[in-house]
Design a protein. Structure first.
Ligand SMILES: [Mn+2]
Length: 333
């Protein structure tokens, strides 16, 4: 694991005003590390502006400090104008484009710090701390706070615990280290209840989500002697169920959980003309490498990419062909 670069901690320590941002379609690690660091910085008496292109997904509205998120790029402009010494920090974002349609505006802020653990990270910003051996950005924020000897309040701990526990699949994924578990234990010591958090995350779904899940799981198709599993969601399924785009989170865990499956694929028709693909792997297949072929990225076990010019059926064919090639390849010795 990499040490925190000195310029990262000193720049944050010296700053009075900080703009925080994370990736679009934020997951638990994105929102949790954003709000966790925001609270830590506020407790250090710094002014903080939390920018997100869209409101916090309803799944994460239970996080303390959600109301800090501001989706107005104009108000961000005012904040930076009023506080010309502002620095910016991007969290959990592997690619500048994923900061959203206003990423140019954000990147005008200097210095621009980047804290991320994506394996396929594409460098941007002026100061970077990228460590793909870390389970989550939440874990990195904790290390940063400890390094700066900052106080981790209950509200900060709560957000960081959500970040770490969601990005490790409840401390199950390969990226979970003894350090991850020790940090989680410290956060529990700060007052976080794992039972309460998992209740919010896993027992808090709408009926519409389950109705969408029923439709999506009925598309399950297996290939290559059941080692490759594919599910799909169409715009029509969203319309019929009344579910929201973020409701598909976690669906890919079902095909992935089949004992014979090495790679699970989820093909999503989201906005018009856009088809996104999520990949999850178990064992030896590196899906970040596959995502890279299609201009995407991610981690060894979890990656994704998107197409703007193809139908879901075309995408399915292209992805299956590529995966069949990879899965049938004999392991390199
Ligand atoms: Mn993450």
């Amino acid at each position: 694991m990499k040490k925190i670069p000195e310029d990262i901690s000193s720049t944050i320590g010296d700053a009075d005003c900080v703009v925080l941002a994370t990736h679009v379609h934020p997951d638990g690690d994105a929102v949790g590390s954003l709000l966790g660091l925001a609270q830590i910085l506020k407790d250090m008496n710094k002014k903080v502006f939390c920018y997100l292109e869209e409101p916090v997904p309803y799944l994460y509205r239970f996080l303390p400090g959600c109301e800090m998120v501001n989706t107005s790029i104009e108000e961000l402009g005012v904040f930076v104008e009023e506080n010309p010494n502002s620095i910016a920090i991007s969290l959990d974002c592997g690619d500048r484009d994923r900061l959203g349609k206003h990423h140019h505006r954000l990147l005008e802020i200097e210095p621009f710090l980047v804290i991320d653990h994506h394996r396929s990270h594409k460098n941007f910003g002026s100061h970077r701390w990228i460590d793909s051996d870390r389970s989550s950005t939440g874990e990195m924020v904790y290390e940063l706070a400890e390094h700066m000897r900052a106080v981790i309040s209950y509200r900060s701990a709560y957000n960081l615990y959500v970040a770490i526990s969601t990005d490790t699949g409840s401390f199950c994924y390969e990226s979970t280290t003894s350090r991850t578990l020790r940090i989680a234990a410290d956060l529990v010591d700060a007052g976080v209840s794992p039972d309460e958090v998992s209740g919010y995350i896993y027992n808090n779904y709408t009926l519409e989500r389950i109705q969408l899940m029923e439709k999506v799981l009925s598309t399950l198709t297996l290939y290559e002697h059941d080692t490759l599993a594919v599910i799909r969601v169409s715009r029509q399924m969203f319309e019929e169920s009344g579910a929201l785009p973020e409701d598909v989170e976690g669906f890919i865990d079902f095909p992935r959980s089949i004992n014979s499956v090495k790679v699970a694929v989820f093909i999503k028709e989201s906005r018009k003309e856009v088809v996104s693909v999520s990949l999850r792997a178990k064992g030896e297949v590196d899906v970040a490498e596959i995502a890279k072929i299609f201009g995407g990225g991610g981690h060894r076990n979890a990656a994704g990419f998107r197409f703007n010019d193809k139908s879901a059926s075309q995408v399915q064919q292209i992805v299956i062909d590529e995966l069949k090639r990879v899965i049938s390849r004999p392991p390199t010795l």
